[in-house]
Design a protein around this ligand. Structure first.
Ligand SMILES: [Zn+2]
Ligand SMILES: [Zn+2]
Length: 324
């Protein structure tokens, strides 16, 4: 029951546009498990009190290393990335990176002793397949020691420090929104059945370019993804359209398609793009930030910046890096 309430509160908060889940704490106090004294004046609802409050996150980790400190740590570590990748076991790593581990407060000081390097693409794959942890966020972990990580350093010259932010897991809502944003369409062919209704013979999810090629006779418009999803789950609709894909099949196909286009919006670009593309993106961003943009209102700009920071990290590395 508590999980339901936490879920409902979280949904409510996200629908109210509370951007940073890190700053919110949901406290559910069951009347039986000893409510704390300072929350006694709050209204009661079915013997369960739900209170939300904004908290300054307690620092669980030591200070984050600056980019310069990361580079130095990697240089002194002596890992060259010339051996086999521990993930894909390839003899030679593709774009090897070394991870920077969080040092837990009161930890044994051995966080960065895990010095395994791996292919950048293998690291991306591992983090993308991670399950959400506390507060529903996916926080990147080292595939080797399971320790929390927050940066990675490329081992080929010039060494570049990459930020590895936490992110929201992929949900059906996000997928449907991405599908609409990318103007994807659902195309299918059908034949009439003697007993009435239709039989779906083929279907596919198409980009605007693909759907213009008219490979499928019937195409659902891009703005009707929610309706299409609902239809796929309705018994009445399914009896009229035999072989219509299940909701789960549609979502899996959407995930594959949007992933192939590298457009899954729940994934920060560092987990989505190739290393080359990511570095180009970062460089373009850095160049753009030095140019005064007259088209953007200052208010909009400010909000954008705040969002970007919250998606990244809380410590010293949230400063925009001057190099690279
Ligand atoms: Zn690998
Ligand atoms: Zn590790």
């Amino acid at each position: 029951m508590n999980e339901h309430i936490i879920g409902a509160v979280r949904n409510f908060l996200s629908s109210r546009g509370v951007a940073d889940a890190n700053d919110m704490e949901v406290v559910v106090v069951n009347s039986t498990n000893g409510a704390s004294a300072n929350s006694q004046r709050l209204p009661r609802l079915l013997n369960v009190r739900v209170t939300t409050r904004t908290v300054v996150p307690k620092r669980k980790f030591e200070k984050r290393l600056t980019d310069e400190e990361c580079l130095r740590a990697v240089e002194e570590g002596g890992v060259k990335g010339k051996d086999a990748c521990p993930i894909c076991l390839d003899e030679e790593m593709k774009q090897p990176v070394q991870l920077i581990h969080f040092e837990k407060k009161k930890g044994d000081g051995k966080a960065n002793f895990c010095k395994t390097a791996m292919c950048f693409s293998c690291l991306q794959g591992c983090i993308k397949s991670q399950k959400p942890q506390d507060r529903g966020l996916i926080r990147p972990q080292c595939p080797c020691c399971r320790g929390d990580i927050y940066k990675a350093v490329t081992l080929s010259k010039p060494n570049v420090v990459l930020n590895l932010p936490a992110f929201q897991p992929l949900t059906y809502d996000v997928l449907l929104r991405d599908a609409a944003r990318l103007s994807l369409t659902f195309g299918y062919d059908r034949i009439r059945r003697e007993a009435g209704g239709w039989n779906i013979t083929k279907w596919a999810i198409q980009t605007p370019v693909e759907s213009r090629a008219k490979m499928y006779m019937h195409v659902s418009r891009s703005n009707s993804w929610n309706a299409l999803f609902k239809n796929a789950g309705s018994t009445m609709f399914r009896s009229q359209f035999q072989n219509f894909p299940e909701q789960r099949e549609i979502m899996e196909a959407l995930k594959r398609k949007i992933g192939k286009l590298k457009e899954l919006s729940n994934l920060p670009s560092v987990y989505r793009l190739t290393l080359e593309d990511y570095l180009v993106e970062q460089k373009t961003k850095a160049e753009l930030s030095t140019v005064v943009d007259l088209t953007d209102s200052p208010k909009k700009k400010k909000r954008k910046k705040a969002k970007k920071e919250s998606a990244g990290c809380v410590g010293s590395c949230s400063k925009p890096s001057s190099s690279e």
